[in-house]
Structures are given as C-alpha cells and as structure tokens.
Design a binder for this molecule. Structure first.
Ligand SMILES: Nc1ncnc2c1ncn2[C@@H]1O[C@H](COP(=O)(O)OP(=O)(O)OP(=O)(O)O)[C@@H](O)[C@H]1O
Length: 646
C-alpha cells in the first residue's frame, strides 16, 4: 500500500495495512446474512454474560420488560383485528361499536402496558450499560498490565491493543442493541404470528420486502470494519501529532524551533487522507442504499399487489385485509429494525471480538505466575554466556554472550560505551526480558525458572527513564512499594537518602504537591530534582539489589558526591548496588567493575586493577578513562582569554 509524504517523513513508511481480507478466513469477517443470523445467539450470549457479571438484577429487569412488551404488542394486534372485525361486521353503528368495546379496551390496555414496560426497560438498560463498559474495560486493562514487556513493545500486539480499546465502548452499546434486537424480535413475532394466521403467503412477502436493506446494512458494516482495521495505525499516528501539539513536554521546543506549522501541516495531510477514505465509504454507502431501496420498492409493490389480488378475488375478507395491512406495516418496520439492530450488534461485536482476542493473547503472553523460590540471601548472581536480541526485524544482539558475577553486598559498576548493553543487562537481571540463551543464576537457581513476582520484589531500580508519575510527591516516592501502606518514616528516610529533604520541604504543598505540569496546582521539577525523587523511590522500595542507571547525569557536583557516599554506606550495610555510569572517576569506590563492549564483558576488576598493566585484556577501561582524564586535565587550568579576542 502506497504511503503518503507525511507517513514517509514522520513515521518512515506506510501506516495503513492491506491485510488481504479477501483471503482472511477469520469468522469475524464472514459477514454474510447466514453467518450473521447463525451468530446472533452467540453475540447476544456474549453480551448477556458480560451484563450478568456486571448487574444481574438489571439484566433480569430488562429481559422481562422486553418479553412483556412483545407479548403486549401481539395481544394488541389481535385486539385490533377483533375491533376491525366488529366494526366492519353487520349491525347498526351503535351495535358494532358496542361489540368492539371490550377489544378496544384490551388494545388500549396493551398500549399502556407497553409504555410502562418500555420505561422499565430503558431504566434497566441505563443502569446496565456503564457497568458493562466498566467490566469490559477492567478486563482490558488487567490483561494488558500483566503481559511481558516484550509484548507491549511488539507492534502487532500493540495494534490489537489499539483496536481492542474500542471493545469496552462496543460492549456497552451492545447492551442497547441487544435490547433493541429483543424488542424488534418480539414485535416481529407478534406481527408474523398474526400474518401467518391471516394468510400463508403474507409472511414470505414480508421477508422479501426486508431482504434488500439487510444486504445493504451488512455490506456497509463489513466495509466499515475492514476500513477501520486498515486505518487504525494511521489514525493513532494522526492523534499522536495532535497530542504533541498540545503537550506540555513538547511545548517549549514547538515554540523555540517553530515546530507548530510543520506538525499542523502533517496533521492536515494525514487528516485529509482519512477524509478521502470516509468519502469513499460514504459514496459506496449511498450507492448500496440506492440499489437496496429499488429492490425494497419492488418487493413492497409485489406484496401490496398480492394483497389487492386476494381482496379482489374474495380470498380474503375486507376486515382481515385491514389487519393484514397493519400487520405488514408493523412487521416490515420490525423486521427492518431487527436487521438494522442485528447489524449494529454485529458491527460492535467485531470490536468486542478484538477485545476477546486481546485477552486470549494477553493470557498467552502474560508474565508467568509461580516458579522456583529464590534463595533468601543469595551470595552471587551469575550471568552465564547470556545472549539477548530485542524483538524486531533488523535488531542485532544487544547482549552477545555476556558472562559476569555480581557478589552480594558489594558495589558493582557496569561501564562501557553507549549501546554496549549495560541497561539491557540490568533489564534482564530485573526479569523484564528473558535471555535467548545462557542463564542468569541466583546462586544455583536459574532466574528463568524462578517466581517472577519474587524476583522483581528483590530489586529496586532507578533507571535513565524512570517514570515521572503525574501525581503528588508522596505517590512519586511511595509508588516504589505500592502494595504496602504509605509510611511517613519510610518516606522521610527515602528522601534523606536521596538528598531531597530540602526539595520536599520547599515544595508549595510539601508532600502533597502535585508533580505534573498542566494541572491545577501542578509543580514543575528540574531534571536533577526529578532524579532525586527517583532515587528516593528506589530507596523506598528497599529491594535487596539497588540498580542505579546513570544516577548522576542530572545531579550537581555536590549532590553527586553525596550520592556516592550514600551508595558506599548502603553497600557497607550489606545492600548490593549495581551502578551504571559514564563518569569513570566515580566508579573508584566500586568493589568490582565490569566493562562491556558490544554486548560482552571484556574486562573485570577493581579500579586500580583495570588501570594497571597487571590485568590482561584489551584495556578498554583504561582507554576510556584516559580520554576523560585528559579532558579534565585540559579543562583544569582555566584558559586565559587574550584581550582583544572577539
Ligand atoms: N527497547 C529496545 N528495542 C530495541 N533495541 C534496543 C532497545 N533498547 C536498547 N536497544 C539496543 O540494544 C543495544 C544496547 O543498548 P543498551 O541500552 O543496553 O546500551 P547501554 O550500554 O545501556 O547504552 P547507554 O550508555 O547509551 O545507556 C543498543 O544497540 C540499542 O540500540
């Protein structure tokens, strides 16, 4: 599929997917009349199950009210038939009216009962709808939160996430459509029952009148769904651009670099492509609707001509003819309504179907529960020849046979050039990914077979991209251990460790300050201040292993020195600390330094050992350290600027 200039420029390729729907054997796409009718009970069943889970009493109320309405409609039609029979029968007008009286009363009574039942059903549906949406949304969210990180990063899975997010809204609408289907079905049965009694040919005529609009509605539903699937990524990208235009994070750069018109241009172009698709669908809908209307007109003409013929030949009494016209009108509008509602139901069910598929896939890709227990206090964690490649077409190995040991209660530093695999290594240690080959052993226990919950509970991480939660300062620190009640002592200890006591004290509302821009009372922190909050959070978590990835990149010199002292004291008290940093001078205090290069550990030792000639190896650390040291040496005598230099 050809991509637009915006797709190419911003996203590097097409965002629309021709999925070869014609070859697709997915049952969801076999949207023909037969499959729709055969699937109807299952669709209603799915919604009913969700509704049952959400609110049983409301479901019972709606079902009973709708069945009651159908019955009252049928009784009403029969009563009208009687009334007509009496009115067109023999006798004086007064006599005919008197005879018709009781039937008339029944017709009136059924109309009142129908109105009351309708009100009850509306109230029940109103109660049921939001609950069904909540149950479906919870299902979506809980499944998504439980999948492996790998799945979240997989674009195919993400596409499913995108379309499944509409499933909850669709489930909500399905309740309404189910109610409408039930209602249309009941009134159709009532009308059809009356017609079948009046004359056997009337029923097939009624069905013939409705077939064309059923076909039209089905074709359009199919086209809309296919179009949605093809365009889902494209519309996500379009809304990404519009979100960027109003985002607080991008706002400064949008203004300084004047990015606004650029983004607006691409937003317009992408929206135009989507408008063209909408136009195409609308034109097709108009054409299909016109064809259907022509066939419906022919079928209606045939039905009324047959009725006229029956009356003409005397095969049907005039009073019966009146009821027949009434029943045909009620029946055809019920049938048309039924087809329309089933079609809506069907269309929504495709999205609920996506939600089900997502849940099924999420179960398959869920983080496993249970496993071997980890040793209470492991002595060492050992990486044995670990190989790992991020999922994706052209990715090379991020870890290419990495082997190292992490002794407990020590400071272990990981150093190496950008992209050498340091962050990946700690992500594997935390259990965020599993090795493609090789093992990570906690003493003798392979982390791949260990209980993942237990594993993650042992580690606390403050990574380069730790999350800045748009919540209060309290939450931003205590979210390190969300499962335990917030403790003020623990909060204080955490910020003391991170050197953030003053920072918290100076916040406008202290611990209660909202750390999010763009909200009322929201406060903005600097990069270094955020880093301290992140450190506090990792301390609050109190894991056996503390991983600090680039902890000092945004800290000032004083804070950096304080942090290293803190880390030293933590290690002295028995905590294992894994430190990733590019400031090689600051790994002096580490007990063990592992040097990574292109996904492998190429050197290991203490600071002194790695700088000396004693340790064999490629001397990567020494090379890197000398570059940094030379920089400091060059910078230290403040360069004097000759006067008169521009
Ligand atoms: N989520 C990801 N998906 C695909 N590739 C990734 C991902 N994260 C990292 N990589 C790739 O894996 C390799 C190792 O990256 P990693 O982040 O582990 O390096 P690093 O040593 O921590 O680098 P830095 O010092 O820049 O933080 C790089 O080539 C990088 O492009």
């Amino acid at each position: 599929m050809e991509s637009s200039e915006s797709e190419e420029m911003l996203f590097g390729g097409p965002l629309r997917y021709d999925m070869g729907w014609n070859k697709h054997d997915d049952a969801f796409l076999q949207l023909n009349l037969r499959s729709m009718v055969t699937r109807l009970p299952r669709l209603v069943g799915t919604t009913a199950r969700l509704a049952w889970e959400a609110d049983r009493a409301a479901l019972r109320l709606v079902t009973c009210a709708e069945i009651g309405r159908g019955v009252s409609q049928a009784v009403g039609l029969i009563a009208v038939n009687r009334v007509l029979g009496h009115l067109l029968g023999d006798g004086t007008t007064a006599e005919r009216l008197t005879h018709a009286g009781p039937a008339l009363a029944v017709a009136g009574g059924t109309a009142v009962a129908g109105a009351v039942l309708r009100a009850l059903s509306t109230a029940g549906t109103g109660q049921l709808e939001p609950k069904v949406e909540r149950v479906a949304t919870e299902r979506y969210l809980s499944h998504t939160a439980n999948v492996e990180l790998e799945a979240v990063e997989d674009d195919e899975f993400h596409k499913l996430l995108d379309s499944a997010q509409y499933g909850a809204g669709s489930a909500r609408r399905m309740v309404q459509y189910c109610q409408n289907v039930l209602n249309a079905l009941m009134s159709l049965i009532a009308a059809a029952g009356v017609l079948a009694v009046l004359h056997p040919v009337l029923l097939p005529l009624l069905i013939a009148m409705t077939l064309p609009s059923a076909w039209a509605a089905l074709s359009m539903a199919r086209r809309r769904y296919i179009s949605f699937q093809v365009w889902v990524q494209h519309s996500r990208a379009g809304s990404l651009i519009s979100r960027l235009l109003i985002s607080t994070d991008a706002a400064p750069e949008i203004r300084v670099h004047n990015v606004g018109p650029f983004l607006l241009h691409h937003f317009r172009e992408m929206s135009r492509s989507q408008e063209a698709e909408q136009r195409r669908l609308a034109r097709l809908a108009a054409r299909t609707g016109l064809i259907a209307a022509g066939w419906t007109g022919l079928a209606a003409g045939a039905a009324y001509a047959t009725l006229g013929g029956l009356l003409w030949t005397g095969a049907m009494a005039l009073s019966v003819g009146g009821t027949a016209v009434l029943a045909i009108r009620t029946g055809s509008s019920s049938l048309e309504n039924l087809v329309l509602q089933v079609n809506y139901l069907h269309e929504e069910s495709l999205f609920v179907g996506d939600l089900h598929r997502l849940c099924e896939e999420a179960v398959e890709r869920a983080i496993p529960v249970g496993g071997l227990p980890l040793p209470e206090r492991p002595e060492t964690i050992t990486f044995e020849d670990v190989v790992f490649t991020y999922r994706g077409k052209d990715n090379k190995r991020a870890l290419d046979g990495a082997s190292l040991t992490i002794p407990a209660g020590r400071i272990v530093a990981l150093v190496g050039e950008n992209g050498s695999g340091k962050s990946t290594l700690v992500k594997l240690l935390c259990g965020l990914y599993r090795p493609d080959s090789g093992r990570i052993l906690w003493d003798g226990v392979d982390a791949a077979e260990a209980d993942r919950q237990e594993l993650v509970s042992r580690v606390a991480v403050v990574g380069q991209d730790f999350y800045r939660w748009p919540f209060t300062a309290t939450v931003n620190v205590s979210i390190g251990r969300p499962e335990v009640p917030v403790s003020r002592d623990r909060l204080d200890a955490a910020v003391r460790y991170a050197g953030a006591e003053e920072l918290i004290a100076e916040l406008p509302r202290g611990w209660k300050t909202l750390l999010a821009r763009g909200y009322k009372g929201g406060h903005q922190l600097s990069g270094g201040q955020w880093q301290r909050i992140g450190l506090g959070r990792a301390h609050y978590r109190a894991g056996q292993i503390l991983i600090v990835d680039e902890p000092t990149s945004a800290l000032d010199a004083k804070a950096e020195q304080q942090l290293f002292e803190q880390i030293r004291s933590l290690a002295d008290s028995g905590q294992t600390v894994i430190l990733i940093t590019h400031r090689l001078g600051s790994v002096r205090a580490a007990d063990l330094i592992h040097v990574l290069d292109r996904g492998r550990v190429v050197e290991s030792g203490t600071f002194a050992e790695l700088l000396s000639d004693e340790v064999e190896g490629p001397k990567v650390f020494r090379g890197l350290y000398r570059i940094q040291a030379a920089q400091y040496a060059a910078d230290s005598p403040a360069p004097s600027v000759p006067s008169g230099t521009p």
